[in-house]
Design a binder for this molecule. Structure first.
Ligand SMILES: Nc1ncnc2c1ncn2[C@@H]1O[C@H](COP(=O)(O)OP(=O)(O)O)[C@@H](O)[C@H]1O
Ligand SMILES: [Mg+2]
Length: 267
């Protein structure tokens, strides 16, 4: 049985120096199973983005460990981290982060080709078709709406088929309709490709689409909640032992969820 794809052990991060130093993460312990979907919620400033950046190897822990697919990334150099990201981690930011001087197609294909893909432009085209932008591939970011730019960013994140998809407020700059479309694409990648999804959001409805919600406050995990679908609730009410919650892939993690659920007194 595969182990967790992401593990944080007593993760601490201090940012800034001297008088402006902030102890942003204060001992995070977290395990995420392959194919799981998890939302990170909590007030502004609670450390959600810092945690996500640490998982991507873009922010260095002050102490503690992060394991990705069993590899301790805490001691890796910049080149090794960049290779790991290229192969295993797709990232979507609130502000899209597209390169303005490159077309939609180039924004997706160039990183793929840099990562060594031989058929980068073909794959990029297919990913852009899959997000509904087949007729926009030659457009520059400035010629695309916010929702379209975010779909390009999603195509770019998905194109290497990463095991892990990290998204930081991906619909934060979009209207409700475009935000829902972006969320659909992320959860579709989770469901159909088995990508582990970690989603930072303060949209409660969006957070509830993930199989598990983890709440941060002042750099600590203060609450973990298993989000059950109506079918899950019905199955639990009938005492079913074999339900599968969302995309949680391992029997042990399902058991852990059931144990937690059953310990929670009915309100
Ligand atoms: N480079 C930095 N130097 C000092 N403090 C920082 C730095 N970056 C972020 N912070 C602080 O860390 C805290 C958590 O930030 P962040 O992870 O962005 O929170 P969230 O995403 O939950 O809003 C905030 O108080 C923020 O001001
Ligand atoms: Mg943030």
């Amino acid at each position: 049985m595969a182990g967790p794809v992401i593990v944080c052990e007593d993760l601490h991060i201090r940012l800034g120096t001297g008088a402006v130093a902030v102890h942003v993460l204060r001992g995070i312990d977290l395990e995420i199973a392959p194919g799981e979907s998890l939302s990170l919620v909590g007030p502004s400033g609670s450390g959600k983005s810092t945690l996500l950046m640490a998982l991507a190897g873009l922010e260095r822990p002050t102490s503690g460990r992060i394991r990705i697919n069993g590899t301790d990334i805490t001691g890796l150099g910049e080149d090794a981290l960049a290779r790991l990201r290229g192969a295993s981690i797709g990232i979507v930011f609130q502000s899209f982060h597209l390169i303005p001087s490159m077309t939609a197609l180039e924004n997706v294909a160039v990183p793929l080709e840099l990562a060594g893909a031989a058929d980068a432009f073909e794959r990029a085209k297919a990913e852009l078709h899959a997000v509904g932008l087949g007729d926009r591939i030659e457009h520059y970011p400035a010629e695309l709406s916010g929702g379209e730019q975010q779909r390009v960013a999603i195509a770019r994140a998905l194109s290497p088929n990463p095991a892990i998809l990290l998204a930081d407020e991906p619909s934060g700059n979009l209207d409700a309709g475009n935000g829902a479309m972006i969320a659909d694409l992320l959860f579709k990648a989770n469901a159909e490709r088995g990508m582990t999804l970690v989603l930072v959001t303060h949209d409660a409805a969006l957070a509830a689409r993930a199989a598990r919600a983890v709440r941060l406050n002042s750099g600590r995990v203060v609450e973990e909640e298993v989000v059950l679908t109506e079918e899950d609730e019905a199955a639990l009410a009938q005492g079913a032992e074999d339900i599968r919650l969302g995309r949680i892939a391992t029997d042990d993690s399902v058991k852990a969820i059931l144990d937690r659920y059953r310990e929670t007194p009915a309100s």
